[in-house]
Every structure is written in C-alpha cells, then in structure tokens.
Design a protein around this ligand. Structure first.
Ligand code: NAD
Ligand code: UDP
Length: 321
C-alpha cells in the first residue's frame, strides 16, 4: 500500500504558481496527494494567493524569475509564469516576451535534463484577431507582430514553437494548452481584465468601463473547469502534444457581460464608454471538440454560476478593505 502511494505521488513544479490560475492548480495537485513546488517572481501573483498552503508539508514556495535558469528535480512541470492581463503584460513588453521565450527555453531545458513532462499554458491570443470563427486548433491565427499585444501574443507563439521543437528534436514530453479567457476568485482587484474590472466597479457602484462599443465578444471559462482540463491533459499518452483549446464555448458580448454583472450584484452602476485599445480582438470562441474527444472534457460551469462565485469572493475581499 505504502509502496503504491509512493509510486503515485509525484513532485510537480508549477511556475507562476502564486498567480490566479497557478494558485488553484497548486491547491488541486496537493489535494490529489502530490508534492508541489510553486515558483514565482510575484510580479502579478501574490503570496496571499497561496498563504493557506504555506503550512502544507508537501508545498514549497520559491521566489525565482524563469528568465533565469534553475536546477530542480520534478516529475512534471506546469509552465504558467507570465503576466496575463493586457495592462500588466504591456507594462514592460520586453520583459513579457523574455518571460515567454527565455522562460520556455529554461523550463524545457530543465524538463529535458530531468526527463519531466512539461505543460505550456498557451493562449487563445495565438489566434490574434481571428478571421476563422470559432477557433479550432488547426487555425494559424491572425496576429500583428508589431502591435501593443505582440509581446504577449508572439511570445506565446514562439513558446509553442520551442515546445514542439524540443519535442521533435530532443524527445521532451510536452503538452500545449491554449487557454481562453478564464476568471474566478484570486484575480487581483486591480488586475485590469474585464471580469475583475466589471465586478469591482459594480460592487463599488462605479461606472462600468466599456472599451469600444462593447460589441466585441469573449467566451468566459471558470477557473475550476480549466484546472480540470489541464490536469487531465497532462495525463494523456506520451505522443499527445496538443495544442488543445480549453475554454467555454458560450460566447458573450462585453455589453452582455456588463449587464449580467450589474444584475447579479444589484449594482446601481451605469456604463461609460472608453476608446478600444489597439488590436483588441473583435471575437473569440473556442471549438473544444478536440478536448471533448480526447480527454472527455467540456467546461461545465456556466457564466451566471461562475460570476456568482467570483462576485462573492470580491465582495468579501473589498469589504475587508
Ligand atoms: P497571473 O498574472 O495571475 O499569473 C501569472 C503568474 O506568473 C504570476 O504569479 C506572476 O507573478 C508570475 N510571473 C510572471 N512573470 C514571471 C517570471 N518571469 N518568473 C516567474 N514568475 C513570473 O495570470 P493567470 O491568469 O493566472 O495566467 C497564468 C497563465 O495562464 C499565464 O501564462 C497566462 O498567459 C495563461 N493564460 C491565462 C488566461 C486567462 O484568461 N487567465 C488566458 C490565456 C492564457
Ligand atoms: N474590456 C472592457 N472594459 C474593461 C476591461 C476590458 O471593455 O474594463 C474589454 C477589452 O477591450 C476586451 C475584453 O473586454 O475587448 C476582454 O478584455 P481582457 O483584458 O479581459 O482580455 P483579452 O482582451 O486579453 O481577451
């Protein structure tokens, strides 16, 4: 019995583990009985996201920047380190692209050396402002290489290339997931992404900031669905690399989202219209048939249910001051 437990227990490295998604993933992996090493430079993440895990005997926290090499032993690596909100990834674009590219090289080098499986948190941004709708994994995208989103989009595209090349050239066992807009508890209130912005504005009865005319669309996935998909995909056969879309197929306009948030918070907020940032994609919706087929996965938590949980989190957070 003890022997089987020892064999099944893995040591798992989560880069960006103190971030929004990373903290949920660390929690989930610990619950499954694994040992977790959480690595983060705390740029957009926070110790408060993992503070409840710090006493766990199988949880370890390392302050480190993935643009630098690191030597560790692990069975699996989830590479999530990278700012994800446009506000933060555009703050220092050179650092953002270094994080994606040099971070990928360092983590792939590590995976190669220690023979670990490695999963890359890629993004629907690799499709850019998509002309094909909904987006399937075989769509190559429509990305501006010299725009304000390029440091993130092209960094993530280059990271995908590196992952495939380390797989093809060196036999590294890789998994690439393309994550569509994900939300939930532990987003930072000043994170700048649309769901957290709208909820915080609504709870404070401040105007909701709509960029452009609000007709652009996104498909919003609750964080628990995403974590389930990532963990399942990591366990697939060695020859399966992805990329695999993980997202909720239900598509909403930004105006729809604003109205939903106002309704669910009972807020007296109005709407205010601000200029649309450059290269903001007009539409985004995943085709997740590959995930359904391969890992029997689909996003089950719909917008209203997920928003209620997220609103409740922010309500508590903001009332603490
Ligand atoms: P987040 O900003 O909350 O988390 C990113 C984490 O990475 C933070 O804890 C940050 O401090 C850390 N980090 C950043 N640069 C680092 C560096 N150089 N070295 C070490 N740590 C570093 O964002 P998130 O929403 O949790 O996103 C996690 C991952 O998922 C990112 O790679 C992001 O690109 C990807 N993703 C997220 C979404 C989404 O909607 N949330 C969508 C697509 C892809
Ligand atoms: N957005 C908005 N108001 C905000 C923040 C974002 O209207 O306060 C819009 C933004 O222009 C984009 C969409 O909401 O069209 C999603 O933005 P987010 O930054 O969350 O993610 P991404 O653009 O990377 O999908």
């Amino acid at each position: 019995m003890e022997e089987t437990e020892r064999i099944r227990k893995k040591r798992i490295l989560v880069t960006g583990g103190a971030g929004f998604i990373g903290s949920h993933l660390c929690e989930r992996l610990l619950k499954e009985g694994h040992e977790v090493i959480c690595l983060d430079n705390f740029f957009t993440g926070s110790k408060s996201n993992v503070i409840h895990l710090l006493d766990h005997p199988y949880f370890e926290m390392i302050r480190h920047d993935i643009t630098r090499e690191i030597f560790l032993e692990a069975d699996e690596i989830y590479n999530l380190a990278c700012p994800a909100s446009p506000v933060y990834y555009q703050y220092n674009p050179i650092k953002t692209i270094k994080t994606s590219v040099m971070g990928a090289i360092n983590m792939l080098g590590l995976a190669k050396r220690i023979r670990a499986r490695i999963l890359q948190a890629s993004t629907s941004e690799v499709y850019g402002d998509p002309i094909v709708h909904p987006q399937r994994e075989d769509y190559w995208g429509n990305v501006n290489p010299v725009g304000i989103r390029s440091c993130y989009d092209e960094g993530k595209r280059c990271a995908e290339t590196l992952f495939m090349d380390y797989h093809n050239q060196n036999g590294v066992l890789i998994k690439i997931v393309r994550i569509f807009n994900t939300y939930g508890p532990r987003m930072q209130p000043d994170d700048g992404r649309v769901v957290s912005n709208f909820i915080v504005q609504a709870l404070r009865n401040k105007d909701i900031t709509i960029y452009g005319d609000g007709s652009q669309t996104r498909s919003f996935q609750y964080v628990d669905d995403l974590v389930e998909g990532m963990v399942r995909f990591m366990q697939t056969d060695d020859d399966i690399t992805g990329p695999m879309n993980l997202g909720n197929e239900n598509e909403f306009t930004i105006i729809d989202l604003a109205r939903k948030v106002i309704e669910l918070t009972g807020s007296s907020s109005g709407l205010t219209y601000l200029p649309l940032p450059g290269n903001d994609p007009a539409q985004r919706q995943p085709d997740t048939s590959y995930a359904r087929r391969l890992i029997d996965w689909e996003a089950g938590i719909q917008l209203e249910e997920g928003l209620k949980k997220t609103i409740s989190y922010f309500d508590t957070l903001l009332s603490r001051g």
